[in-house]
Write a protein of this length. Sequence first.
Length: 202
Amino acid sequence: METRADKSAKAIPQAAGRTSWPVSFAQNRMWLLDRLQPLGQAYNLARMARLHGLLDHDALRGALNDVVQRHDVLRSRYEVENGEPVCRVGAGLVVALEVEDLGALPQDERTEMAHRRSREEAQMAFDLQRGPLVRARLLRLTEDEHWLLLTLHPIVADERALAGLRTELPPFSASRHTGQNAGPCALRCPSHETGRGHAQRQ
């Protein structure tokens, strides 16, 4: 079924295989703010999901990068060219999934530490020029309880990428766990913002 994001994307010009784009007006504002002071908690988009049941860490790590490979904006970084910011999309960027085991702590301390880690992740700044602009950490509280922390710089948090992380990560992870090919991850999903930046300057 075609989503609202898919329909609106049809109005944005794309170029297959292109790795450099002018930034959109919205991205330019974020870039300027970040130049004045690296953006942290006030702007970062932080999400936490509590996962229950036995978890295949390797499958989740692979699925996360399947989503990242599918969505160009999640592989983007932002450099200066002739005094202006440009968006560059890397082909082989890998997002690390850091796993922290809190299982040795008493139950009350585990939960307190998990909340502390969640706050710390949200507050950490990103480097727009180096990337990646997506950060992931997995907290293991018990064998069958994990917290997945995802943090994005707002410059890459477009509608399609957010929807991808929410709806594609579970089936991709399940596919990897069973040894099947995730399939749809092979299809690139161009960013709204990179295409919009090109259109706004025509």
